[in-house]
Design a protein around this ligand. Structure first.
Ligand code: ADP
Ligand code: MG
Length: 139
């Protein structure tokens, strides 16, 4: 049964991420799906906070992958939004990150290239409700 959460604003979505940071284990891949503005990056922000990683989390629009160190686990933050093919993801060192990085890999727009996600990937689906309401469905 999927778990469904509802948040009423960006800080609540970040707080949800902070709470679930405790579940993260080295090598985990968490896939975040949902439209622009659905709250994926705020969730990542909360997870990074929860792990104690340093620095602000912004969308990796230009750098394509952001790394956050200094917390309980490193965070590798990918965003597939602007990528055209799975081979572009592989060229970023995808396999090294997930197989050897020993961190938590978070992937916005992961549903664009589902074939490269490893077995056991945990899905979080973000939906925009009325106003500031967001629904987050966790597999
Ligand atoms: P995404 O990464 O999915 O594109 P962001 O987290 O970058 O989304 O942005 C979400 C936008 O929606 C921000 O402008 C934020 O202020 C707004 N927002 C409104 N309500 C919420 C909510 N409940 N959770 C997250 N963001 C919200
Ligand atoms: Mg984003």
């Amino acid at each position: 049964m999927p778990d469904t959460f509802s948040t009423a604003g960006p800080q609540e979505t970040a707080a949800l991420g902070r709470r679930f940071a405790a579940d993260a284990r080295p090598g985990d891949v968490w896939a975040l799906a949902g439209d622009l503005g659905a709250g994926k990056t705020h969730f990542v922000q909360g997870i990074a906070d929860g792990l104690g990683a340093a620095g602000p989390v912004t969308s990796p629009t230009f750098t394509l992958v952001h790394e956050y160190h200094g917390g309980r686990l490193p965070v590798f933050h990918f965003d597939f939004y602007r990528l055209e093919s799975a081979s572009e993801v592989l060229a970023l060192g995808w396999e090294e990150y997930i197989d050897e990085g020993g961190g938590l890999t978070l992937v916005e727009w992961a549903d664009k290239f589902p074939a490269i996600l490893p077995p056991g990937t945990r899905w979080w689906r973000f939906e925009i409700g009325g106003g500031d309401v967001r629904r987050i469905v966790a597999d």
